[in-house]
Design a protein around this ligand. Structure first.
Ligand code: TYM
Length: 330
């Protein structure tokens, strides 16, 4: 049986990019494998964050997971910090990724560039080690992510190969990333040359935005010269991004979306894209709000932590044994 694992950081302001690139698709794996979806709260600490804000975002994300259609009977949903094996395995794995390769990670370069050297935490630098621990703890073979996380799954593969070469092929399972054909990288609406990220209020659609704001943001999205609705990432990045959003929410190909909008003017095109986004987000937000209010996510997270820990514990023991840590219970 395949094992699928993914996670999202509860840093607040989840975007339509997170939704299309990752969240929306997690439920698709529920029928074909054993799915583990978690809230990466330890990773959220790698940049300064207010404690109460982090706690609220964690609740929010739990409700988002359930609202997206994840069924706790089929998927193990949990908070990273509630399964101590993540931190324990991290302490071992940090010895098998090296300073040079970690300093070449795009995410580290981008995030640390915005900070003074004296404010770059070790956790930000070692981010991929913890992420590797997240993945290998569950013997995951499939890791669904957006394009920006591919490099982190690749470095996890390097680490697995390194460890298995040293301690035996069966020590860790080699994971593969899985990105969507359409929508693996949703761009900012105000600057389609950069990715939609959690920190750009103008160009991002946040999953908690009111619907009138969602519409306004789409209607004022940057478009391109010309008047044809055509997918051309080089010359028409704004239009291509909106086409991608439309196609991925309608679950059709880019070609089908293009054909649908043939002869449309930009204004009418945007209006229809906004309709589709609203049709998706409005009921999603209602489900999210209800789950948040009735707190039904709490028993889910408790049960999830128990199930996750049982599996993670077995892997941790296997690795501890492989690297030579003495098991005093035997
Ligand atoms: P995070 O929280 O930054 O993003 C969550 C997911 O959303 C995807 N994503 C996007 N997809 C398309 N277009 C965008 N503009 C866009 N922005 C973000 C991300 O690729 C990601 O899949 N390191 C991870 C969390 C993590 C994790 C893991 C993931 C921790 N451990 C183990 C998988 C496996 C992160 O920060 O994602």
């Amino acid at each position: 049986m395949t094992r699928i694992l993914s996670g999202i950081k509860p840093t607040g302001n989840l975007t339509l990019g997170n939704y299309i690139g990752a969240l929306k698709h997690f439920k698709d794996f529920q029928e074909s494998g054993e799915v583990f979806i978690f809230i990466a709260d330890l990773h959220a600490l790698t940049l300064p964050i207010d404690p109460e804000f982090l706690r609220q975002n964690t609740r929010d994300l739990a409700a988002f997971y359930l609202a997206s259609g994840l069924d706790p009977k089929k998927t193990t949903i949990f908070v990273q910090s509630s399964v101590p094996e993540h931190a324990e395995l991290n302490a071992i794995l940090q010895n098998y990724l090296y300073m040079g390769e970690l300093s070449r990670m795009t995410q580290f370069k981008e995030k640390s560039a915005k900070l003074k050297d004296s404010a770059i935490g070790l956790g930000l630098f070692a981010y991929p080690v913890l992420m590797a621990a997240d993945i290998v703890l569950y013997d995951a073979d499939t890791v669904p992510v957006g394009e920006d996380q591919v490099q982190h799954v690749e470095i996890t593969r390097d680490l697995v190969n390194r460890l298995n070469k040293r301690y035996g092929e069966k020590t860790l399972v080699l994971p593969n990333y899985k990105i969507n054909k359409v929508g693996a990288r949703i761009m900012s609406l105000s600057d389609p040359s950069v990715k939609m990220s959690k920190s750009d209020p103008k160009g991002d659609i946040f999953l908690k935005d009111p619907m009138n704001v969602v519409r306004k943001k789409i209607m004022s999205a940057v478009t391109d010269l010309g008047n044809e609705v055509k997918y051309d990432k080089e010359n028409k990045p704004g239009i291509s991004n909106l086409l991608t959003i439309y196609a991925s929410l309608k679950e059709i190909s880019i070609e089908e979306a293009e054909a649908h909008f043939q002869g449309y003017r930009y204004g009418d095109f945007k209006k229809e894209v906004a309709d589709v986004v609203v049709a998706e987000l409005e009921p999603f937000q209602q489900r999210y709000q209800q789950i948040l209010d009735d707190q039904s996510y709490l028993p889910v997270l408790r049960e999830g932590a128990k199930k996750a820990s049982q599996i993670a514990h077995v892997t941790l023991k296997r690795v501890q044994n492989a690297v030579g840590l003495l098991n005093i219970d035997e």
